[in-house]
Design a protein around this ligand. Structure first.
Ligand code: AMP
Ligand code: MG
Length: 324
């Protein structure tokens, strides 16, 4: 069972776990978060595993200060104004990523934008001490409601994580409001802990609502990474000009003449495979092979989310429909 430590005495233990690529449930002003080092793919994979999420949706990256935020993302004037007005606080900004920012692609599900927030209290202190951003969705198993007390987190995830940091009941109790600047206007992607009206007063104009060009409500991202190459799943054989994305120690027939080859995990470790998934698909796509053949990945544990992502990549392309 997870250990529950009061926020006042949990900093060192939380740091040790995060530095070892593990996850920690932490209090924030919105709801409890299940945090992992956003630069460590295994740590991020552990978040999805502990939540039992059946798909890799992009997570919010949490920062300690504006300098860390600016190293990760490129701020337009409107977004910077909102950060200065509402951070630390329950506002998440979707921004273009700064290349080479060290954020693991599993955090953003391979997108070139990133959702950023600066939390108040324990989370902020922890990130400052770690010196790296934390990826953190709500600390509840997939499909359950967000937890607002340490006891609720422990009851739900206690068997799957090592530490719950107890900061009492979360003051806001709602997820963060998510917004994105688009050509000088602001779009509301998800209502949350800061009222839309408060943001509109701050910027002196109304926000755009609803889908716009590409629907980007939570879980409905239009711009999820899809490779240019065709993707062929559960490949038992490999054609001569195909690239091969392998898994485990059993090779598909003809693998040695694949145009390009990467193995998600030689030992069949699903955490390792999850952490390599986006980077390897992109790498094989860049090899120029017209097709990426993918070996069978089992459906257990993180395998469900890995298979979900692979089957989206393999689905027929229809740019008019959001990929959910
Ligand atoms: P959660 O961490 O569970 O509170 O959810 C985070 C939400 O932020 C997800 O449901 C996404 O829809 C949204 N989100 C995260 N990253 C992005 C992004 N790069 N672009 C648009 N929305 C995002
Ligand atoms: Mg949630």
């Amino acid at each position: 069972m997870a250990e529950i430590l009061a926020a006042g005495e949990a900093l060192e233990r939380a740091l040790t776990l995060l530095q070892g690529g593990d996850v920690v449930a932490i209090p924030t002003e919105t709801v409890y978060g299940l945090a992992g080092d956003a630069t460590n793919g295994i740590g991020v994979a552990c978040i999805f595993e502990a939540k039992g999420r059946p798909r890799f949706n992009p997570l919010i990256a949490h920062v300690a200060d504006m300098a860390m935020a600016e190293r990760i993302a490129v701020f337009d004037p409107l977004s910077r104004k909102l950060a200065l007005a509402f951070w630390p606080g329950p506002l998440t900004l979707v921004l273009p990523q700064r290349p080479g920012n060290g954020i693991h692609p599993l955090v953003t599900a391979g997108l070139d934008t990133i959702a950023l927030r600066m939390p108040r209290g324990f989370g902020g202190d922890l990130i400052a001490k770690l010196g790296r951003p934390l990826a953190a969705p709500s600390a509840n198993s997939s499909g359950k409601i967000s937890a607002t007390t340490a006891q609720a987190v422990a009851a739900d995830l206690g068997a799957r994580i090592k530490l719950v940091v107890d900061g009492g009941a979360t003051p806001v109790g709602l997820e963060s409001t998510i917004v994105k600047a688009e050509d000088g206007r602001l779009r509301l992607l998800r209502p949350g802990g800061i009222a839309a009206g408060e943001i509109e007063t701050q910027i002196g104009m109304e926000m755009l609502r609803g889908g716009g060009a590409g629907v980007e409500a939570p879980g409905m991202l239009a711009s999820h990474y899809a490779p240019g190459a065709a993707v062929r799943l559960n490949a038992g054989t490999v054609g001569k000009d195909e690239a091969l994305l392998a898994f485990g120690s059993q090779r598909a027939e003809g693998w040695h003449h694949a145009a390009a080859f990467l193995n998600l995990s030689e030992t069949g470790d699903l955490r390792e495979a999850a952490s390599n998934l986006f980077a390897y698909m992109q790498q094989l796509d860049r090899s120029g092979a017209p097709t990426i053949a993918v070996e069978k990945v089992p459906f257990e544990g993180l395998g469900e989310a890995i298979n979900d992502r692979l089957s989206r990549a393999a689905a027929p392309r229809d740019n008019t429909q959001p990929k959910t």
